[in-house]
Design a binder for this molecule. Structure first.
Ligand code: PFF
Length: 460
């Protein structure tokens, strides 16, 4: 097999940490709460959870399996596996889809991560403590997003750090950082949860997240049916678990041969979901206790958490620590977003790792300008009634990732030899868990994703 993967994780634990590092990021703490707020709460959460269990988990197993067996960048892995299974070389296009999706996602992800960086400073300098009204905190956020020069500086810093870490290679940069970052993030989240519980409207937040109201979900304007919430919940499951674009596939390629795919992926999916739910349980009580609206959109987290930090003892320290950890969590996700592209460029043999990283990093940085201007100069420029940032986000999360995901499901369950699959999973074909998994991949997932897609384009 043609492979250029020289690095192996030091252990199964190294893989778990890195995959959690990829999965846990802005998707959990920034995106999940604001989507939940926009799509009306509990109904969105339950559909999201169903997607995680019935699609996310099985596809994550399939994706890790493809990476482990393909042992290369997503493009090379798919080429190797298609050859082994006697299938068309065109399957490497799946790898390409991932390379492009990762590049597109990172271009905006880095801009949002720049916001978190700014909030580290704002917390530390006491800005939130001295401006502690919801209105003042909201205007700090609006001032930030309306200043393209400042956004560009923040985006540049984030991209630069990402490039430096990536250029140094897989093991050194990643494993060490994630090991302390995730537990620390978790501790700060638990502290914030304690604060949320102490707010007067904690239970309102809980009800908002868990009371299931499908009426609001399917009839957002009170009259016309819309299935868009399902598409978005599904897209978010893929996004949050880093699925469908080869990030997890690349990490799978670095997995030691004797590691357990089922166990490792279950741990990763559980941790990722826990962080998202915690973030919601923290943010919505603050929303309701301060008379804010849950559907504030992309600014939700940035307009709510600072209120908490402004009020709690030692809020400056905890606030800056929280946003620093969030920036680091974003960094470990960012790294995985362009790892497929870098692994592929290195593999072609035309480029050393450092130059591959720089070339792709600069291209991503440039594309980030589009997102920066979407929040200010170009905010009125819309296609399909979305600004450019929303469009990139919509196309990647809701179309490219689920599409990548079903193609992986189909490849593993229909095209690979079942003995190859079972030998990677180290189970027999009679194993009950295996059979359920295979059934989901074969029938349920392709069917469900197709139905959601058809609904989104208005076919039924
Ligand atoms: N899962 C990351 C998050 O929730 O922030 C984002 C992400 C990383 C998506 C890597 C896709 C990916 F391949």
């Amino acid at each position: 097999m043609t492979t250029n993967i020289q690095n192996q994780w030091s252990s199964q634990m190294g893989f778990i940490l890195a995959a959690i590092g990829s999965a846990v990021g802005l998707g959990n703490i920034w995106k999940f709460p604001y989507l939940t707020g926009e799509y009306g709460g509990g109904a969105f959460v339950i559909i999201y959870l169903i997607c995680v269990v019935l699609m996310g988990l099985p596809i994550m197993m399939a994706e890790v399996l493809l990476g482990k067996r393909g042992a290369g960048s997503p493009v090379a892995s798919m080429r190797n596996l298609a050859k082994e299974a006697g299938q068309s070389r065109l399957w490497q296009l799946l790898g390409w889809l991932g390379v492009i999706a990762g590049f597109l996602v990172l271009s905006y992800y880095s801009v949002i991560a720049g916001w978190t960086l700014d909030y580290v400073w704002n917390s530390a300098s006491g800005t939130f403590a001295t401006n502690n009204t919801p209105a003042a905190i909201k205007s700090i956020f609006t001032d930030l997003t309306s200043n393209p020069t400042y956004l560009l500086i923040l985006h540049s810093i984030f991209m630069l750090v990402t490039i430096i870490i990536l250029a140094r290679g897989v093991q050194g940069g990643l494993e060490r950082a994630v090991k302390f970052m995730i537990p620390a993030l978790f501790v700060v989240l638990i502290m914030l949860l304690a604060y949320a519980i102490s707010t007067p409207k904690f239970m309102d937040g809980v009800h908002f997240m868990f009371d299931i109201n499908f009426n609001k979900f399917f009839y957002p304007d009170g009259e016309n049916f819309s299935g868009k919430g399902i598409l978005v919940a599904m897209g978010q499951a893929f996004f949050s678990l880093s699925l469908g674009m080869g990030a997890i596939m690349v990490y799978g390629a670095y997995l030691p041969k004797d590691a357990s795919i089922a166990k490792t992926t279950a741990i990763v999916a559980f941790a990722d979901t826990l962080v998202a739910i915690l973030a919601g349980l923290i943010i919505f009580p603050i929303v309701f206790s301060n008379g804010l609206e849950p559907n504030a959109g992309v600014g939700l987290v940035f307009q709510t958490l600072p209120i908490a930090f402004g009020q709690m003892p030692f809020g400056n320290i905890f606030g800056s620590l929280f946003f620093l950890l969030l920036t680091l969590a974003a960094l470990s996700s960012a790294i995985s977003l362009i790892e497929p592209a870098i692994a592929w460029l290195v593999e072609t043999g035309k480029c050393a790792r450092v130059s591959a990283t720089i070339v792709i990093g600069i291209a991503t940085w440039l594309l980030g300008f589009v997102t920066i201007f979407s929040f200010n100069e170009w905010s009125e420029f819309k296609l399909f009634s979305m600004n450019m940032f929303e469009l990139i986000d919509y196309v990647t999360s809701n179309i490219m990732l689920p599409l990548g995901g079903i193609l992986m499901a189909i490849f593993v369950a229909w095209l690979m030899k079942s003995e190859d699959v079972t030998s990677e999973l180290k189970v027999s074909a009679q194993n009950f868990g295996y059979q359920i998994w295979n059934f989901l991949l074969r029938y349920i997932i392709p069917l469900a994703v197709t139905l959601v897609f058809l609904n989104a384009i208005g076919i039924f």
